[in-house]
Design a protein around this ligand. Structure first.
Ligand SMILES: O=P(O)(O)O[C@H]1O[C@H](CO)[C@@H](O)[C@H]1O
Ligand SMILES: Nc1nc2[nH]cnc2c(=O)[nH]1
Length: 296
């Protein structure tokens, strides 16, 4: 099961007209609540971009939800997309994808397209007692549970063109981008909602049992979800810079006395509530990055 969202930068192709494209891949019933940017300042024509998106869409057998974020008044891009994808007002199509190599395939395609930075966002349940629903956790590290158990997108022969056979996983979440995100949140006056912590990916699609929640909590997990780690792993393997955010949509039940239980609708609700704030944060983060040399 996946819900992946990429924020990509094609620093080689620039054009001031197009600010970016936000792309998400959603599981059924999932709103594309936080959508990262695919193209930033691209000098490709709108049909070339559309073609690339459609190619990715076909190649990866994934369906993208697409929203254009245009600085210019020219909405031809949007029209073209909606026409090409045969839907009105952008595209939101959903499908399940269960395989980690499928989920991560686009990351390598993006790498080959010249993308240098990957931004990932997810919805997650909190285990840290100090977190509240609606908090934003800047991810400083992750535990990839499926990966530890052998379900790893890097399984199989290694392609040395992308990265080493045995890649390190320390320091994957870029420090300078994390700091920048904190600064932006401070300026936005929303620091009280911002945390920094460890994300853990579990296989899902069920939410945690109480015993599992307690187990993860003892391991030092601050927030748990069902995505993100495989894409981050592959991006890091091929030398991309990574930034990740978890939106805390619920508190994971850790007590047998607690009668609450999490449900997906509540997750979507909190996501909607915070989507604007997250979009502002991500957009500001992007605008502060140095497009040319990929430094924060
Ligand atoms: O991690 P993302 O895809 O944001 O979504 C999270 O929320 C969904 C459950 O409500 C699961 O898909 C879980 O992984
Ligand atoms: N595994 C898991 N994924 C989530 N996604 C959003 N909330 C949760 C949660 O509590 N657990």
């Amino acid at each position: 099961m996946c819900l992946i969202r990429y924020r990509l930068r094609l620093s080689k192709w620039r054009d001031s007209k197009m600010h970016g494209i936000w792309v998400g891949v959603c599981t059924p019933g999932n709103e594309p609540h936080m959508l990262p940017i695919l193209w930033q300042n691209s000098s490709l024509t709108h049909w070339q971009i559309s073609y690339c998106i459609l190619a990715l869409y076909t190649l990866c057998d994934l369906q993208f939800s697409i929203k254009l974020l245009l600085k210019s008044k020219n909405t031809d891009h949007l029209k073209f997309f909606t026409k090409a994808l045969d839907v009105e007002n952008g595209l939101t199509v959903t499908r399940i994808c269960a395989c980690v190599s499928q989920v991560t395939f686009p990351v390598r395609v993006f790498k080959l397209l010249g993308v240098e930075t990957l931004m990932v966002t997810n919805a997650a349940g909190s285990l840290a007692d100090s977190y509240s629903c609606g908090d934003i956790m800047i991810i400083c590290d992750h535990i990839n549970f499926p990966g530890l158990a052998g379900l790893n997108p890097l399984n199989g022969p290694n392609d040395d063109k992308f990265g080493p056979r045995f890649p390190p996983m320390s320091g994957v979440y870029d420090k300078s981008l994390r700091k920048m995100a904190f600064d932006i949140c401070k300026n936005m006056g929303v620091s009280q909602y911002v945390q920094e912590g460890v994300y853990c990916m579990v296989g899902g699609p069920n939410f945690e049992s109480i015993a599992e929640a307690r187990f993860l909590h003892r391991l030092g997990v601050d927030a748990v979800g069902m995505s993100t780690a495989p894409e981050v792993l592959v991006a890091s393997h091929c030398g991309m810079r990574v930034f990740g955010l978890s939106l805390i949509t619920n508190k994971v039940v850790k007590s047998y006395e607690d009668n609450e239980s999490v449900n997906h609708e509540a997750v979507l609700e909190v996501s909607k509530m915070r989507s604007e704030m997250l979009q502002t944060l991500v957009t500001e983060l992007i605008s502060r990055m140095d497009i040319n040399n990929n430094t924060a």
